[in-house]
Design a protein around this ligand. Structure first.
Ligand code: FAD
Length: 391
């Protein structure tokens, strides 16, 4: 995967998860000289972009995000075509529960012209007897499941096709500013003692960001304006379709259920667990860790018990004994907005809060626009200290 080792690059992107892979692809496709650095391998198993299953959906209470999904989908379609791979498998989605506000979501989808239906709980139970719906239900058939890891690899491959260099096993340790003028660049030092000079630097380090921030030459005002990042070690569990039932991946939609005491989501687990069941998780149910480096990769038994109990109560189509489980990192901001901002020639991209996968190619476009100065990004993605821009 690695090309000839360069000693400098106009743009260096750090981190090859969904965000970094998308940014490197977008920059390289525009003709820039790009090096993508990754401490492990693309879609690192201990990051946020590994595995085969993330929900792709249009339903958001805030129409800003619904419209962004529409924009992202055009880029996903182009990416799938260029990569020659199916990256999003259509399954449709159901949203329900006392605090999910299906009617409000339906209004947002109607405003954006997205096909949907609002069903009573009884109508939904007849259509999907495997789910014990407790409120009215929003159904939208355009939703599906993103194969995150295949998407990362596709974007990295396209970046390379456009001339980018990828260095794996290159762990950024610290960054030195070269000069003080607006056009000055950076010298990057790896944990193993290598160096690489960058004209422009994009940091898309997922859950490693909070600690890495300490070693970046960022103005103190910019740092002070950043939102607080909270890293959580999420846990997801795979449950088999009930034996003897007609349930299979082909007739299970993805779901988001906001009950009063717990928010859960589920989706066909795909390749991650042998296509044999649904992946179910409690949203933000995992323990907090200071930074990705502090994760244990161990599943919390209390969270497993909560999710098993949930499956027993609400998902009669599944065998409530998990047959596989995994952990993954959420990097949350208080508003659940992403952070895409720049100080001097250093751009920070942190698109997680558990919902960034569906925007990946658009995040790459936003980050490339900001890093090159080609266009602004929406103000809500910028830190409190950055001047507001109109987008
Ligand atoms: C369990 C789970 C479920 C999710 N479900 C959904 C969903 O249903 N729908 C949705 O839209 N989104 C979902 N998301 C969110 C989505 O997956 C994330 O927004 C996205 O993967 C974040 O990608 P990233 O590139 O920011 O981070 P990462 O994928 O973690 O990438 C960061 C990369 O940086 C590398 N790195 C870190 N430090 C360094 C360094 N010093 N030097 C070099 N490399 C470094 C890491 O090794 C890693 O590969 C989910 C996330 C999780 C964890």
């Amino acid at each position: 995967m690695a090309g000839a080792f360069p000693d400098s690059s106009d743009y260096v992107v750090v981190g090859a998860g969904l965000a970094g892979a998308a940014t490197a692809w977008q920059l390289a496709a525009r003709g820039h000289q790009v090096t993508l650095l990754e401490r492990d391998v693309p879609a690192a198993h201990d990051g946020s972009s590994h595995g085969s299953a993330r929900i792709f959906r249009y339903a958001y209470p805030d129409q800003f995000y619904t419209r962004a999904v529409l924009e992202a989908k055009e880029l996903w379609d182009g990416l799938a075509l260029e990569a020659g791979a199916e990256l999003i498998t259509p399954f449709g989605a159901v949203d329900y529960g006392p605090t999910r506000q299906p009617a409000l979501l339906a209004g947002v989808l109607a405003g954006a012209g997205i096909e949907h239906e609002l069903l009573t709980a009884e109508e939904a139970r007849q259509r999907w007897p495997q789910i014990a719906f407790d409120t009215e239900v929003l159904w939208h058939p355009g939703a599906g499941v993103i194969d995150a890891e295949t998407s990362v690899n596709a974007m990295v491959a396209l970046a390379v096709r456009h001339g980018a260099t990828v260095l794996t096993g290159w762990s950024l340790d610290r960054v030195e500013r070269l000069g003080s003028g607006a056009g000055s660049g950076y010298r990057l030092h790896s944990a193993a003692g290598e160096t690489l000079d960058a004209g422009n630097l994009v940091i898309s380090a997922g859950g490693w960001l909070p600690r890495l921030l300490e070693s970046l030459p960022l103005p103190s005002g910019f740092l002070a304006g950043l939102p607080e990042f909270t890293v959580r070690q999420e846990q997801a569990f795979h449950f088999r379709y009930r034996e003897g039932s007609s349930f299979s991946a082909t007739n299970w939609p993805t779901f988001i259920h906001k009950a009063a005491d717990m928010q859960t989501y589920g989706l066909p687990g795909g390749r991650d667990a042998g296509f044999a069941g649904q992946k179910v998780a409690e949203y933000n149910g995992g323990p907090r860790v200071p930074s990705a480096a502090d994760q244990t990769g161990l599943v919390d038994p209390a969270n497993r018990a909560r999710v098993v109990d949930y499956v027993r109560r609400y998902l009669p189509g599944l065998d409530p004994e998990p047959y596989a489980e995994t952990t993954c990192l959420f990097t949350n901001t208080p508003t659940e907005d992403f952070l895409i901002d720049r100080a001097d020639n250093l751009t920070i991209v942190s698109p997680c809060s558990g919902h960034g996968a569906k925007f990946a190619p658009l995040i790459g476009q936003w980050a490339a626009d900001l890093a090159t100065g080609a266009a602004a990004v929406p103000d809500r993605f910028r830190s409190a200290s950055s001047p507001a821009l109109t987008t």
